[in-house]
Design a protein around this ligand. Structure first.
Ligand SMILES: [Zn+2]
Length: 70
């Protein structure tokens, strides 16, 4: 059993905050011309960027409007 009811407001609020955090990670951890991350200086894509990708993809699924699925 999942911990969250995916239709509850609590879950959606949580998903939205996690999605926003992931998007913030993506915005900050972007590649420089050198091919390194401009925020943490690691080889791009850095761990934080990958985490941002996972978070925005995972939680974006819950936030997407079903009518978009077409
Ligand atoms: Zn980084």
């Amino acid at each position: 059993m999942p911990v969250w009811d995916s239709r509850s407001d609590g879950f959606l609020a949580y998903a939205r905050s996690q999605h926003d955090f992931g998007a913030e990670l993506l915005a900050r951890h972007a590649p420089e011309q050198t091919g390194c991350c401009r925020d943490c200086g690691r080889v791009f894509p850095c761990e934080a960027h990958e985490q941002g990708v996972r978070m925005t993809e995972h939680y974006g699924y819950w936030l997407s409007d079903p009518s978009d699925a077409g």
